[in-house]
Design a protein around this ligand. Sequence first.
Ligand code: TXA
Ligand code: MG
Length: 327
Amino acid sequence: MTLLGPGPADVRTAAEALRRGGLVAFPTETVYGLGADASDSDAVAKIFAAKGRPADHPVIVHLGAADALTDWAQDVPDVAWALAERFWPGPLTLILRRGAHVPLAVTGGQDTVGLRVPAHPVALDLLTEFGGGLAAPSANRFGRVSPTTAAHVLSELGTVVDHVVDGGPCTVGLESTILDLTGNRPRLLRPGGLTRADLSEVLGDEPQTPQAGGPRAPGRLESHYAPTTPLQVVPADDVGAVVRACTTSGRTAAVLSLAPPDGEQPGVRWVTMPNGSREYGQVLYARLREADTWRRDLLVVERPPVTPAWEAVHDRLGRAAADRPTT
Ligand code: TXA
Ligand code: MG
């Protein structure tokens, strides 16, 4: 494994490794991706092995430009072109009908494919140099928190990738918004870097949310994006009481809150999070990983405001807390 920089020589090295069927982790504006040649089933299989991900889960194909859409999808509706025009490069994944030659390894055996043009300059350089589509899920082990720095990738997958390209910390910090365009109406499969309000600029209406029991996607499994430390999301007014209940029973706690603590409490580590939804989303995964290294018994997260701008943050916190003890 080598850690590569963002310069042209290193990007060439990364593209060569991909052409040989290797695995290269690379930065995007959302999170780091674990990339492989999307047209090479054997290379894509390595992604699943490295992540420990079940083979029936589809991966997103990253493209260098929107005009490559027709190489990967068929029956592309007008609305897809309009969304691509407005939001690509950017944190939006479109689910479309799979092009005939797209390997089933990429689509998890489904007839649809997820496509996006990422906005990170290094990702775009790499895609241009490589010249094809890159299958890339988030570069973390299955079920764990997505990486937002090269160091996160190294700590988790450093031994199984050919290269990690360091493009600095991700600016969005949460995964892309996923919009399914294969049905009668656009459906939001995963809230993310773009809000419903952003999408409605092009769609006219806000997208529908699929009903429970709809198509399965790993980003939609209950317990996903989970840190190792049990995590509980609590209303601001209850943070103090939950923390006290924890410490009086002899356990240690860490707190991610929006407001600074009233005072020092023994056995408690406080982290004050940003008050804006974008800034919060940008650092959330890094803070969750950091909190894990403190090995506390409980991570108490103050519930952020319940407004549309915070939808993606609530979604990820809910998953991080799923199937966790409530005390
Ligand atoms: O921001 C992102 O989307 C990042 C960066 C690396 O681009 N990627 C990412 O990939 O989050 P991953 O594999 O961790 O999550 C991709 C999600 C999964 O929930 C997957 O099921 C869904 O996209 N997906 C991909 N193709 C799909 C398809 N054909 N139908 C339904 N869902 C699909
Ligand atoms: Mg992921």
